[in-house]
Design a protein around this ligand. Structure first.
Ligand code: HEC
Ligand code: HEC
Ligand code: HEC
Ligand code: HEC
Length: 312
């Protein structure tokens, strides 16, 4: 008989940071923010190598989170816009021309929907950046309310950390490990007939794993890069599985989602990776956890969302 269930998704990272000299690329953002294709602020600045990320931060969690639960790194309230633009721009070259423009538009609404007056900010007069068009939500995405979060932004509990290196930072579970070190964090959870999803970002060379424990031992390892994309083992014995999808780029950040029903289904970035028939003999879920095994100093994992909801 099989005694305990450990289901692990392991991700292997090369840990190559993007070169700072790399040309700005807005394509990853425009995939969803279609209304900003051709928009003046985005386009003018891209030509100057000032991309979305220069102003909004790399926003990796937001960018790779197919569930769009996480905000970009940097957002601007109305009061913060002028200061942001003034990082790079000084006074207008031709103030008289701007004054004439102000006079002409005063009390009128520009095509971007903003009313022009003495208090106008840069983006009232420039561009169409606040375009009313809603960003595209990934298909089939359900409302945030349907999900229950398993990370409460105020404390680590009921997660229990092994090694004490896990911290709660900005509502995220964060751990940094030295070469050869393995760190684990776990919490009780019953997930029968549920869907679970989590969003993470991993940096540095490491094997980052998600696992669950019950009364059997099973293990799935997902690998990015040159390694085969995934493998499953039950009680430490490998089981041959053919992936449904091609190679998936798991580097950096992503959303992994798992459903428990007749089958256990594994998705990455909304694409189904695996479907495994469930054994009926007690493959329940009693606890879920994450672990990282660092292959170089300073490997880090940041888990921004762990959520579950009933199956449809
Ligand atoms: C997977 C689709 C997707 C990608 C990729 C994406 N976004 Fe978004 N973004 C959205 C959605 C959907 C919203 C609206 C979220 C909401 O209404 O809660 C949004 C909102 C925003 C907002 C406004 C947030 C607010 O609360 O006002 C900013 C700024 C933003 N995205 C910037 C970016 C940047 C920069 C990138 C690239 C680094 C990016 N987005 C990539 C889907 C995406
Ligand atoms: C030069 C800096 C800069 C660049 C480049 C830039 N943004 Fe912005 N973005 C801002 C500022 C400032 C605001 C707030 C504007 C305002 O409220 O008037 C903003 C607002 C937004 C909003 C919220 C709009 C709203 O009001 O609902 C989204 C979405 C957004 N940016 C996405 C992007 C994306 C995607 C890119 C790249 C294609 C990008 N931004 C490039 C500075 C920038
Ligand atoms: C990281 C630096 C940077 C930031 C931040 C920035 N800009 Fe720029 N912007 C530039 C550069 C560089 C150019 C091209 C050279 C120039 O015209 O000054 C430019 C060009 C422009 C132009 C076109 C000028 C022309 O001659 O057609 C406008 C308009 C503009 N920016 C407005 C803004 C606004 C509004 C903001 C704030 C939302 C902003 N910029 C934030 C760097 C920046
Ligand atoms: C009342 C409207 C208005 C406001 C507010 C405004 N601008 Fe302008 N801006 C103009 C006009 C008009 C021009 C002349 C060029 C044109 O027609 O685009 C201009 C030109 C520019 C240029 C091109 C170079 C130059 O100096 O002519 C930049 C860069 C620029 N503005 C940045 C900004 C920034 C940054 C802010 C906020 C601190 C801002 N503008 C606020 C109307 C405005």
């Amino acid at each position: 008989m099989i005694h305990s269930l450990i289901f692990t998704i392991a991700l292997y990272y090369g840990g190559e940071a993007a070169s700072p000299a790399a040309a700005a690329d807005n394509a990853p953002c425009l995939r969803c923010h279609e209304s900003l294709i051709g928009e003046t602020i985005a386009d003018t600045h891209l030509k100057e190598n000032v991309g979305c990320a220069s102003c909004h931060g790399p926003s990796l969690h937001h960018l790779r989170d197919e569930t769009v639960m996480t905000k970009p790194d940097i957002l601007f309230g109305r009061q913060q816009v002028d200061a942001q633009c003034r990082h790079c721009h000084e006074e207008h070259e031709d103030p008289a021309r701007v004054a004439r423009y102000l006079k002409r538009w005063s009390g009128k609404t520009r095509p971007n929907g903003r009313l022009i007056n003495e208090d106008s900010i840069c983006t009232d007069c420039h561009g169409n950046h606040n375009s009313a068009a809603k960003p595209r939500r990934p298909q089939g995405e359900d409302p945030a309310e349907a999900w229950t979060s398993l990370v409460d932004g105020d404390s680590l509990a009921p997660w229990t950390a092994e090694g004490g290196a896990w911290k709660l930072r900005g509502g995220r579970l964060v751990a940094t490990a030295a070469a050869g070190e393995t760190l684990r964090i776990e919490r009780p959870a019953g997930l029968e007939g549920r869907r679970l999803r989590f969003t993470f970002q991993a940096t540095g060379r490491q094997v980052a794993s998600f696992y669950w424990r019950g009364s059997r031992t099973a293990r799935i390892a997902l690998a990015g890069g040159p390694l085969p994309p995934a493998s499953l083992s039950i009680d430490d014995r490998p089981v041959v599985m053919s992936p449904l999808a091609g190679e998936i780029d798991l580097e950096g950040a992503g959303t992994i989602s798992i459903a428990w029903a007749e089958h256990i289904e594994v998705f990455a970035g909304g694409e189904e990776l695996y479907r495994i028939r469930r054994r009926r003999d007690g493959d329940d879920v009693k606890a879920i956890g994450f672990s990282i095994r660092a292959e170089a100093d300073g490997a880090q994992i940041e888990i921004s969302e762990v959520q579950h909801r009933p199956l449809e």
